[in-house]
Structure formats: structure tokens, C-alpha cells
Design a protein around this ligand. Structure first.
Ligand code: SF4
Ligand code: SF4
Length: 159
């Protein structure tokens, strides 16, 4: 419950796929740990991979086996609490898909400052894709290349 004091989530409570460091595809990281009445992640997932059991205030649960990495949940989440991570995007880098509602919308190829969960600057990254469309509630989903060792830390960018 340290996050109640700091505003920074207790990351050890976040569910990750088995052997996540070896994955070469994007998978969701749901950083939703406050019990609130909310469920767009669940009803919007076309694969039924995210469920909220019982009361709507219960936390979402994910079945990574059903997920195809489409990113719709990240765009639909009003709390911007869902990221997608690919630990091995290429030989040298991992990548993180970040829901980003600041303006201007970043551009492909743009260099950005990487920001970690605690708000610290952690070096430079490169935007490799920006998607804005209705399926994502027009929330820009920005794919950023980051050093592999930082894929579970970088959660924002600064232009
Ligand atoms: S990435 Fe797509 S398939 Fe996977 S949990 Fe999110 S909405 Fe469902
Ligand atoms: S939509 Fe976002 S904030 Fe709402 S329950 Fe799902 S992950 Fe949590």
C-alpha cells in the first residue's frame, strides 16, 4: 500500500506473463491497482483476454494466452493504466506502447526523453510508431524504443 503515500504503484502487484523477458511480441502490462468502478478494458477486449470478476470495482485480470497485442485496451482505459511492452523489439532495444494525451502528438522517428514511473528522466528514446484512431478513443498510442533493461520502468515521454 506504499502507493497510497507516494502515488507510485507497487509494481510487485502487477501481473506479467511467464518468462516475459524472453518475449518478442507486445503484451499488456495492466498497472491498475486501485479498486474503482471501471471496466472499459474488459468490455473492449475483442479476445476476451481481460475480465473483471464479480463486482465492477474488482481489479482486471488478464489471460495472456488469449491476447493478440492489438492495444485496444490501452487506448480505451480512461486511467491510462495499460501499457504494452515488447522486451525484445529488435536486437538492441525493447519497446513500450504508451497512451499519451499531451500535445503535440509525437511524430514517427522523433527523439524523446524517457520518463520512468517515478517521473525521473532516463535518457533518450525514439518514437517508432504513433497510432491515433477511434478504436483507441483517439488517445494516441506512442510506440517508443527503449533500452531493454528499462522496458518495465519507462512509462512516459517528454518532448
Ligand atoms: S491487447 Fe488487445 S487482445 Fe490483448 S488484452 Fe488488450 S484489447 Fe485484449
Ligand atoms: S479500464 Fe483501466 S482503470 Fe478501468 S479497470 Fe481497466 S485498467 Fe483499470
Amino acid at each position: 500500500m506504499e502507493y497510497k503515500k507516494t502515488g507510485i504503484i507497487d509494481f510487485d502487484k502487477v501481473v506479467l506473463p511467464e518468462n516475459w523477458k524472453d518475449k518478442k511480441v507486445f503484451f499488456p502490462v495492466i498497472e491498475c491497482i486501485e479498486k474503482i468502478p471501471c471496466n472499459p478494458c474488459s468490455w473492449s477486449c475483442p479476445k476476451g483476454a481481460i475480465t473483471i470478476q464479480g463486482d465492477i470495482t474488482n481489479l482486471p485480470e488478464i489471460d495472456f494466452e488469449k491476447c493478440n497485442g492489438c492495444s485496444i485496451c490501452a487506448g480505451k482505459c480512461p486511467g491510462l493504466a495499460i501499457f504494452l511492452v515488447n522486451p525484445n523489439f529488435d536486437e538492441k532495444y525493447g519497446a513500450v506502447i504508451i497512451p499519451y494525451e499531451f500535445r503535440p502528438v509525437p511524430q514517427d522517428g522523433q527523439k524523446v526523453v524517457l520518463i520512468d514511473r517515478e517521473g525521473n528522466e532516463r535518457g533518450e528514446g525514439e518514437v517508432v510508431k504513433v497510432r491515433v484512431n477511434k478504436a483507441f478513443e483517439n488517445t494516441p498510442l506512442v510506440t517508443v524504443k527503449v533500452p531493454k533493461e528499462l522496458v518495465m520502468e519507462i512509462r512516459h515521454i517528454k518532448q
